[in-house]
Design a protein around this ligand. Sequence first.
Ligand code: HSE
Length: 298
Amino acid sequence: MIRVRVPATMANVGPGFDCMGIALSLYNYVELEETETGLKVENCGRDAAALPTDETNLVVKSIRAYFKRVSVEPRGLFVRVTNEVPVSRGMGSSAACIVGGIVSANRLAGNLMSQDELLHLAVELEGHPDNVTPALLGGVVVSSRDEEGTDHVRFDVPGELECLMAIPNVSLSTKMAREALPKEVPFADAVYNVGKAALLTGALMQGNYAVVEKALGDRLHQPYRSKLLPSLEYIYEKSREKKMNTLIISGAGPTLAYLLLPGSRNRQDEFVRLLEETPETWELKKLQGDNTGAVFME
Ligand code: HSE
């Protein structure tokens, strides 16, 4: 049996819309075996009952996409998916499914694709690179996709960086969260985000947390998406008023990430109080970075 572990991811990281992501210490597991015939899918762990056990399962779809690409036809398949990453919460569950599917299928087929080819297939299946690249490679990944493909730079998440994730008991589809974005943005907002994203990348690489704290501003997605859920809007507005700069929306939301930066004044209690002022219930998880990415469990 092939077993792969794939990390959750926090995409966007404030200003890096569709181009930055960090792998986190929370995991999905994909097990894959070739059988005589047919398809058997088992979902275990978080949200298991809500996930399909047929060809519509995202892990299965990704496995099929891989086999189609390499022109291999397995006889039958047994797939077991064990999830820790919450579904449709902005923590990269779909990226983890895609990466888990294609990485396990690649091993089953005899490693017909290189890591780079897997990365490109994952980006194609997900449609943007910011979640799948850290899910595959671990660490902080900055990537850019154009007509010619995806280029990326990866570096380790500093060991001392922690994130307090607040996961609400409501989900938000990425499709809806993308539809909430405007077709055009003011030039000044685009300039603002370019500056912040470039600053954030450099500051994270240097471990310069005083600058990281100032580099998390975003005008491209969070102001629009926070309006999708009154509680998100409330906490987002309050956090701006209180200058809690390291409170951001994880991926497309609705999970909130409070980055706990070494050497800065972390106001976790205030964050928790804000959460308690909303009608939702929030599950809190303190996570570190993952620098391994997709890995086989022997
Ligand atoms: N960059 C993506 C978004 C991440 O914010 O829509 C979610 O898939």
